[in-house]
Write a protein that binds this ligand. Sequence first.
Ligand code: PGA
Length: 254
Amino acid sequence: MRTPLLAGNWKMYKTTGEARELVEGLLHGLGDVGDRKVLVCPPFTALQTVRDLVQGTPIALGAQDVYIEPQGAFTGAISPVMLRDLGCAYVIVGHSERRAIFGEGDELIGKKVRAALAHDLTPILCVGETKPQRDAGQAETVVIAQVRAALTGMTPEQIGRIVIAYEPVWAIGTGDTATPADAQAMHETIRRILGDMAGSDTAATINILYGGSVKPDNIDDLMAQPDIDGALVGGASLKADSFLRIVHFLSPQE
Ligand code: PGA
């Protein structure tokens, strides 16, 4: 029912020339990916270069952030209209680096989710607890609150159009990934909350990605979990061979 989505978050890496080289490598090794969706999220400055390369291929294009207004006096910001104009289909919203480094809170993140939807961009809403929160037994409470805060007041139809990425902050860029069982437990919780908000039929269609040190050597075990519907990949998406291995994850029966 849910098509797996393998997404690369390039963060603040890759000049246009480096972006071109990476995408050419991905296209070279991609092969048949008819049963899964592949997405790359380059920095704004490489979107046009990557768009020209992926047009007409199975690779979709996304951005890493968006502002909430279509245009206006917002120095340094990028609007959803501009992202659509560059061929983006997705946008990451509320990544933990945006929350922690740039001070984004749940209210702004909720507005970004709505702005993305209003302009036909699929928002990938990121949620996740910090290490102290997990150690204090608050992981579920924190994640539930983040999901509810961002989606509150939205219709089931709107909620049905988003993607969630569960990214425990302590697993991002650390090599310290959540165990497949811990990730599965949180994904199940998130799906239950989505069910409360939008109905279980809608919740059953929503892709919930795991993110945080996803690598070629742990992707198969993560994807074997019933509620893990894909991955949001940082470091391992910066090289063609490692991202391709993640895209080509093996199901348990293979
Ligand atoms: P990582 O980053 O794969 O390098 O841990 C994931 C993310 O921040 O989306």
